[in-house]
Ligand binder design. Structure first.
Ligand SMILES: NC(=O)c1ccc[n+]([C@@H]2O[C@H](COP(=O)([O-])OP(=O)(O)OC[C@H]3O[C@@H](n4cnc5c(N)ncnc54)[C@H](OP(=O)(O)O)[C@@H]3O)[C@@H](O)[C@H]2O)c1
Length: 264
């Protein structure tokens, strides 16, 4: 069984001194018993990073699966997100998330979308305060532009640790990677498969060289770029396959060929 969450070469440092496991488990569209079962299977398979959101309506099930796993809370990195229409009730939403997750802190709290298309400076101030109080270890954003991130930084002096955005080889944007790094913002990619064409010949050819699947090559490509990736699956075999990506390494030429898919 792979336990990637603890491997030091598979975490990336955040701008607040913490670390985030590069490979996590996505939970969008998993609800009720299916969510609980999928998260339990993910934890059994070795994932130590779970991505939830208030908007996914599955925090209670994520909390139950964490509790049932028997894993020490410190071993699992847990993220949830503030829905943009919860502006003005950020603190209450955080308390509800903690209660549902059965946790006394989050590892990462994200503003899910720019509220009303703005940077959401007032919400960000609540995030900064929650971090200062230890209720959340790290704070970040999702679906933000660099300008919106810069607005949060100049208003508060605190730069988001993470920007969770749609990402895959087909969306690769080197200038965004570099500009995010310059700011100390880690890119966390979402929808690695939904934002890809899994039957693309470049991808299937590289996968064939290693007897891996295109999905596994996409995960591996993220890891080699130091970009966090959070694949979702409801199926045990895929949950296990999506984390079974340590037994091969893409060459620099293969990484470059995959980067090039964004131009197609
Ligand atoms: N911040 C945001 O706005 C935002 C937006 C979207 C997603 N997210 C986060 O990112 C996570 C991942 O993104 P996502 O759920 O949109 O999509 P995804 O992980 O790219 O893809 C999930 C889909 O791919 C299938 N799949 C999983 N493993 C596969 C494999 N090995 N081979 C082929 N197909 C496979 C799944 O089906 P089965 O379940 O049937 O296996 C499901 O239909 C979400 O769960 C959520 O946590 C965040």
């Amino acid at each position: 069984m792979t336990n990637i969450g603890l491997a030091s070469d598979l975490v990336v440092p955040l701008n607040d001194g913490r670390r985030i496991p590069l490979l996590g488990f996505g939970t969008w569209q998993l609800r009720g018993n299916e969510a609980r079962q999928a998260v339990s299977r993910a934890l059994e398979a070795g994932y130590r990073h779970i991505d939830s959101a208030t908007g996914y309506a599955n925090e209670t099930e994520v909390g139950a699966a964490l509790r049932e796993s028997g894993l020490p809370r410190e071993e699992v990195f847990v993220t949830t997100k503030l829905p943009p229409d919860h502006v003005g009730r950020e603190r209450r939403t955080l308390e509800e998330s903690l209660a549902k997750l059965d946790a006394d802190h989050l590892d990462l709290w994200l503003i899910h979308w720019p509220p009303g298309g703005t940077a959401g400076v007032e919400s960000w101030r609540v995030f900064v305060q929650a971090q200062a109080e230890g209720l959340v270890r790290s704070i970040g954003v999702s679906n933000y532009s660099l300008d919106q991130i810069d607005e949060l930084t100049s208003a508060t002096g605190v730069t988001p640790a993470v920007n969770q955005i749609k990402w895959s080889p087909f969306l690769f944007d080197r200038s965004l990677v570099e500009a995010s790094r310059e700011r100390g913002v880690v890119i966390e990619g979402y929808s690695p498969f939904r934002a890809a064409r899994l039957n693309d010949p470049v991808l299937t050819e590289i996968a064939g060289r290693y007897a891996m699947t295109p999905a596994q090559v996409i995960i591996r490509w993220h890891l080699q770029h130091g970009i966090v990736v959070i694949p979702k699956s409801a199926q045990r075999e895929r949950i296990e396959a999506n984390i079974d990506v340590l037994g091969f390494e893409l060459t620099p030429e293969e990484v470059a060929a995959l980067d090039g898919l964004s131009g197609h």
